[in-house]
Design a protein around this ligand. Structure first.
Ligand code: DQA
Length: 148
C-alpha cells in the first residue's frame, strides 16, 4: 500500500516551532518513528510544502498522476481553517485522505475549531502529538484491510 504524508505550512519548523504546543520532535523524527512501526506494511512517502498551490498539485498527482497513492495523510496546517481550494482538491481525487493535527484544534482558539477540509476527508485525528500521524496511517491500513 502506497501512502503519502503531506505536511503543509510551517510544519518544516517542527522541533523549533512552539514546542509547548507541537512538541520537540522534528518532522524527520516523526517520519522515522512512523516508518519504523508501519514501514513493512506500507510504502510511506513524506513531503512538506509551505505553498497552497504546490499542495494542491501534489494531491492531484497522488490522485491521477504517475505517483498514484492508495491513501493520504494530510496535516494542512493553517490551510485547514482557510482553504476551500484545498477542500476542493481533496474532493476531486479518488484517494482517501485522513486529516491530522498534532495539537487538539478544538481546545485552541475558536478560529481553529473550524476545518474546511474535514467534510471531504474520510476521518480526522487531532490532539495526539506525533501519534496522530501513527493513528492516521493505521486508519488507512485498517480501511484497506476492511475493503472500504
Ligand atoms: C496544526 C494545527 C493548525 O491549527 C496550525 O495552524 C498548524 C498545525 C497541528 O498539527 O496541530 O500549523 O495543523
Amino acid at each position: 500500500m502506497k501512502i503519502l504524508v503531506i505536511n503543509g505550512p510551517n510544519l518544516n519548523l517542527l522541533g523549533k516551532r512552539q514546542p509547548e504546543i507541537y512538541g520537540k520532535d522534528t518532522l524527520a523524527d516523526i517520519a522515522e518513528r512512523v516508518d519504523t512501526v508501519f514501514g513493512s506494511q506500507a510504502q510511506i512517502t513524506w513531503w512538506q510544502s509551505n505553498h497552497e498551490g504546490e499542495i494542491i498539485d501534489r494531491l492531484h498527482d497522488a490522485g491521477y498522476g504517475k505517483e498514484k497513492m492508495d491513501g493520504i495523510v494530510l496535516n494542512a496546517g493553517a490551510y485547514t481553517h482557510t482553504s476551500l481550494a484545498l477542500a476542493d482538491a481533496i474532493a476531486a481525487i479518488p484517494v482517501p485522505v485522513v486529516e491530522v493535527h498534532l495539537s487538539n484544534i478544538f481546545s485552541r482558539e475558536e478560529i481553529r475549531h473550524r476545518s474546511l477540509i474535514a467534510p471531504v476527508c474520510c476521518g480526522s485525528i487531532s490532539g495526539f502529538g506525533w501519534h496522530s500521524y501513527l493513528l492516521a496511517v493505521e486508519a488507512l491500513l485498517m480501511k484497506k484491510t476492511n475493503g472500504d
